[in-house]
Every structure is written in C-alpha cells, then in structure tokens.
Design a protein around this ligand. Structure first.
Ligand SMILES: *Cc1c(COP(=O)(O)O)cnc(C)c1O
Length: 425
C-alpha cells in the first residue's frame, strides 16, 4: 500500500471528511460542547470516550423494567438480566479478535488483572519473575508488585522492567523479544500493555507471545489502550489472557465494565486455581445453590458477581456501533487520521514539538504523544480556549488521540492549527 498523500488546506480536509465512509457514525454520539456552544474538538477518547446517543435509551429501558418488574426483571425484562452480559459477548469478541467462549465483560480492569494473575501467575522457586514494560500504567505496576509480594517474593527481585535504550522514548521491538529470551527461564509471566498509555507505542502481541511461550512463560496483555483502537486477533496471537477497560476507546462511560480474554486452551481447566464466585458457576445448576463450585467453560467461569446492568446497557450501545463499523474499517481510518495529524505536526516550526510515539503505523494506534518545549500549561489553556480537549501528563506530554468512530479530519486540522497559532506567537 502506498502511503497516503496529505495536504494542509481547508479544501483537502473537507474532501477527506466528505469521502469518509465512517462519517455517519459521528452523529451516533452526543458531543461535548465547547464554551462557544459548538462541539469541542474531542481528542481525549483514549482517556474517556464520549456518549453514544443510544446509551441513555438502553439504560432507561432497564430503569423502566426495574420499576415495572422488580425482581422479575431478571427473567421477564425485555432484556432479562440473568443473561444480560451475554448480549455483549459476540460483539466484544469481534472487537478483540477472540472466540465468544474466550471473552466476558465483567468487573473493572485492575480487578480483572488480579483475577487473571491468580490463575496465570504461578511462581516457583526457579521461575518466579514477571516481565513488564518499565513505563507501564501505575495500576499495572502495583498489581504485579503486589502479586509477587503476595506469593512471598520481593518485587525488587521478581519484577523485570524493560526500559528504552539511553536517550530513546520507546522500546525497540527487537529488544523486547531479546529480553524475553534472555530472562525467559526465570519468568513465570510476561505481562505487557498492548499500547503504552504514555508513549502510544503498540507492541507486537503475536511475536511477544511466541517468544515467551517458547521459553515456557505464561503471557498476558493489558489492552486498556488497545481494545477498540487496534485491530486485535487475540485468539490467533495466542496469549493466555488479556484484560481491558471499556471507558476509553470503547465509550462505555465513566468507570464502565472491563473485559477479560482467556484463551480457549484454558477453557476447560478446572484444575487452574482461580478465585470463585457464583456467577462463574454452571448456569444450569447455579440456583440450586449447592456448596461446590462447577465452573462454566471459558472466560465466563471467572465471573464472580451478578453484573451491574445499567453499565452493561450503556456499553451495549457503543458495542453495537463497533459492530456496524467493524474494526477493519475503524483501523483503516484511524491510521489515516493519525497519519494526517503527524503530517501536519511535522510542518510546525522546528523544535516546537517532538512526537515521541513511534513513526511506524504498525507500532502505534490512534494516539500521538507530543512533547512540548516551554510551558505546556499555557498551551493547554490555549487549546481549551479554542475548544480542544486533549490531556496532559507531567511533566511535558500532551496526548492527542483522534477516535475514528467520531472524530473528523477537520478536528485534527483544527487541533494542529491551534498549536501553530501558539508556536507563532
Ligand atoms: C486506564 C488504564 C488502567 C485503569 O485501570 P482501572 O482498573 O480501569 O481503573 C489500568 N491499566 C492501564 C494500562 C490503563 O491504561
């Protein structure tokens, strides 16, 4: 495929939007308003996605059934609550490239990460380490350190952190694989992000899985910034587990439910230790209320509690849109949107901004991380005045992530124009 040719002009931008086959999906969302009342340029979908139009209706429907039916809603609701989470299974499986048996929507990300490590971090005297990227999201770092401690190991010894080479911002793919090979025999679990939250770097899940499995390690991925962003193929890539949240690219709403992938090879492994709860129990006999746990096959067998229906309802509205749009088409647009942003940023006055995210589209998703010279807070103020919402991470990184479901090429153009005004000031 030849790389797209971009131009920096109003006519070119409007042309791109006019030809965008995903353009109608923008109207399926409610847009955050800027101070002027016009829709803001929202580039923070990697942090919290905006509200799908239908989310309120779907939540409202369950509110009404609760009002109308009380406890009977579990069975007689328009969408009965007992199997409600199953409405999301096929859709979320398509988002992450899994079989329906391999996924379930439940809990929240950090909770799920711990539950997965209960099953897949099984340290022994010879093999007790966890390998993780050095700049992993803090919650992931706390999770792996506390799991190591829980098993009686000192995190200083048990956690191997991969750091970029001196003077570099991101990990070289070959260095990751080399480190997995070098440490492999001592590593019980390789636990990486799929896209790093700060640098925007995407890792090669398949290559990491292959090398780690060859060394006898278990492999898990945190897809917080990957789900709904990258075209994933978890089943074929073959990690043992993955976890994600759904309030970022998946637009499930603040604090929305997370998801879990457990590879099919573990679907019927009652010998795997796990923390058990009644929602993971055989559906046919769950309400016999017997004392012995009989796990459901697949990821569902890791469920603990009956899930929050309103949160599932809101997420269902968004997953329907992903299903209609398809991850193939979303990813194709995403590469163009982000490529266009990169093209425009490269034309700003020299030295004003550095893109720390890899230049290779295969090594990133929607997000570009930008390092600014000078006072980033003043720049943020200016962006906010211009009706642009993106986020800032100490000490000097702005993250901008155009979401292909609802952002336009014009959004990207307006963002970079505002930066340019600041640079020329
Ligand atoms: C957003 C994010 C989290 C947040 O965890 P919650 O349990 O959903 O609060 C954790 N890990 C990563 C990598 C993230 O990007």
């Amino acid at each position: 495929m030849t790389p797209p040719v971009y131009e920096s002009s109003d006519a070119f931008v409007l042309g791109l939007d006019a030809q965008d086959p995903l353009r109608p999906f923008r109207d399926e969302f409610l847009h955050v308003a800027s101070a002027s009342g016009a829709p803001a340029v929202y580039l923070a979908g990697n942090s919290l996605g905006i509200q799908p139009r239908k989310a309120r209706k779907y939540v409202q429907m369950e509110m009404e059934d609760w009002e109308r039916l009380g406890v009977e809603g579990h069975v007689h609701g328009r969408h009965p609550w007992l199997p409600y989470h199953e409405l999301l299974t096929d859709q979320v499986a398509r988002v992450v490239g899994a079989q329906p048996l391999e996924v379930v929507v439940m809990n929240t990300l950090s909770v799920n990460l711990h539950l997965m490590m209960v099953s897949f971090y099984r340290p022994t005297r010879e093999r007790f380490k966890i390998l993780i990227e050095g700049g992993a999201f803090p919650s992931d770092q706390y999770a792996v350190a506390s799991q190591a401690r829980f098993h009686g190991y000192d995190p200083k010894e048990a956690i191997i952190r991969l750091e970029p080479r001196e003077g570099e911002d991101t990990l070289r793919p070959e260095d990751i694989l080399e480190a997995v090979e070098r440490h492999g025999k001592e590593v019980a679990l390789v636990m990486m992000g799929s896209v790093n939250y700060l640098t925007g770097q995407a890792f090669d899940l398949r290559a990491i899985t292959r090398v780690a499995h060859a060394q006898g390690c278990k492999v898990g991925f945190d897809l917080a910034h990957g789900a709904g962003n990258l075209k994933l193929s978890l089943h074929d890539d073959g990690p043992d587990f993955a976890v994600w949240c759904s309030y970022k690219y998946l637009n499930g709403g603040p604090g929305s439910l997370g998801g879990v992938f457990v590879h099919e090879r573990h679907a019927r492994s009652p010998e795997l230790p796990r923390f058990e709860g009644w929602w993971g129990h055989n559906k046919a006999t769950r309400f016999e209320m017997g004392p012995t746990f009989d796990p459901l096959p697949g990821a569902e067998g890791w469920q603990l509690s009956n899930p929050p229906i309103f949160q599932l309802a809101a997420l269902r509205a968004s997953l329907e849109l992903f299903d209609k749009a398809t991850m193939e088409a979303l990813r194709a647009k995403s590469e163009k949107l982000t490529g266009f942003m990169e093209f425009l940023l490269d034309r700003l006055p020299a030295g004003f901004v550095t893109i720390t995210t890899p230049r290779d589209p295969k090594q990133r998703g929607a997000q570009l991380s930008l390092r600014f010279k000078g006072e980033p807070r003043r720049l943020l103020q200016r962006l906010s005045t211009a009706g642009i919402i993106c986020d800032f991470r100490e000490p000097d990184i702005i993250r901008a992530a155009p979401a292909p479901l609802y952002n336009t090429y014009l959004d990207v153009f307006r963002f970079v124009k505002a930066l340019e005004a600041h640079a020329l000031e």
